[in-house]
Design a binder for this molecule. Sequence first.
Ligand SMILES: Cc1cc2nc3c(=O)[nH]c(=O)nc-3n(C[C@H](O)[C@H](O)[C@H](O)COP(=O)(O)OP(=O)(O)OC[C@H]3O[C@@H](n4cnc5c(N)ncnc54)[C@H](O)[C@@H]3O)c2cc1C
Length: 464
Amino acid sequence: MAQYDYDLFVIGAGSGGVRAARLAAELGARVGIAEEYRIGGTCVIRGCVPKKLLVYGSHYRTEFADARGYGWTCNDLRFDWPTLIGNVRREVDRLNGVYTRTLERAGVARFMTHAVLEDAHMVHLGAGNAGVSAKTILIATGSHPMVPEFPGREHVISSNQCFELEQLPGSIVIIGAGYIGMEFASIFRGCGVAVTVLYRGNQVLRDFDGDLRDGLAEALRNRGIDLRMDTDVASVEKERDCYRVHLKRGGSVSADLVMVATGRVPTTSSLELERVGVALGPNGEIVVDEFSKTSVENIYAVGDVTDRKNLTPVAIHDANAFAETLFNNKPTPVDYSFIPTAVFSEPEIGTVGLSEEKARGTGAAIDIYKTSFRPLRSMVSGRDEKMLMKLVIDMKTDRVLGVHILGPDAAEIVQMAAIALRLGVTKAELDKTMALHPSAAEELVTLRHKWEAPTPVAGSDAAA
Ligand SMILES: Cc1cc2nc3c(=O)[nH]c(=O)nc-3n(C[C@H](O)[C@H](O)[C@H](O)COP(=O)(O)OP(=O)(O)OC[C@H]3O[C@@H](n4cnc5c(N)ncnc54)[C@H](O)[C@@H]3O)c2cc1C
């Protein structure tokens, strides 16, 4: 008789957990999985997928406006949020079914309940389930929105509740200017909401390339979003028919709804990991080695709960490497080089590799190539918005260290650029690549002139 109920027990059926459970089962392991909310996790239920559908929905405002220059008359335009959110929810339900059937087909036993570790091999399951034992335990519990401590925090919503809104607010204050804040600011603005963003830092999108940050902030302001930097929130107060956000430096902003997008924290606090001796980092994240193994020999962790790179493809990559290592006898360390990432704001950002600031921080001598132009499409639509493309090049090796794009289709272009960067593409090889004309992406292979920092004019502090 087997010593344990399962070879592998997974806690959390999100991107990482579902992938690891399915692969291990397909490789012959006896696998169980616990999920306390809905199978599919953040990405499918209240993250990437429903968010991207809302992004598509919100883009029509721009499309209709731009269509006029192309001869279309768009009279009597109306937008109905209940239709959009209803259709998004239907797609989420469909995907939830797809993920559930994937586990079923692979023979993974499902427990729809909260799970807690009892010891290194025992998992306690709530809702009347008996505990289960497993040789290996994988923690894939993801992360959840962080709501800062300030008076009135009970009045604010997070991205989770955005997918549950039955009616669109007339106005919203978004606290935070990371990628989720920027995406929802664009979604709400596109749907016709008056949007104010409050952020205590001095520019949106900390850690992104400086030119992208400045370019996006300018574009969002031009689209009517009230971006207020260096602005910290003191408290939120409920008034009769709105919420008032009081600012630390004095003054206030009122809106129908207040959303926080101030980051996410790993979901570890309810797992009772201390009891088992699983080491946690300063942010509550599970500390793991390159094979995703925790400080306890048979316990592993993948995805957001390890707070390495909090993106769906990374959680899936962690899970693939974990299954290969443990159940296919192929030790596979995780590899985080050249992860492409997007911000689905309007306009969109796509970025891969080192920002100019990070590249300079490594001490490497770098060249910058960049261009800013109005895309062809805007010439006829009349949209006055620039697209930005930037390359960071290692002067010594000529290798492309980073590609940064702001503008239409940036994410699609950068996914392809990531392949080239992984293969070690040099600037000379980009130059040899035939352009595809007319496209925006052709700029990446036709950039010929190094960008020179403007020389300050004597007697003036204005940049040329
Ligand atoms: C609004 C938003 C937009 C995003 N957009 C993108 C994007 O465009 N691209 C991208 O790559 N990434 C995006 N992400 C990030 C992406 O969703 C996550 O990186 C990814 O889902 C992490 O997968 P995971 O498996 O680690 O965790 P999750 O997908 O969060 O899954 C964890 C699961 O564990 C369950 N769970 C937690 N604790 C327990 C417990 N004790 N017992 C049982 N079950 C438990 C949870 O209910 C959850 O279902 C976005 C995130 C958000 C919030």
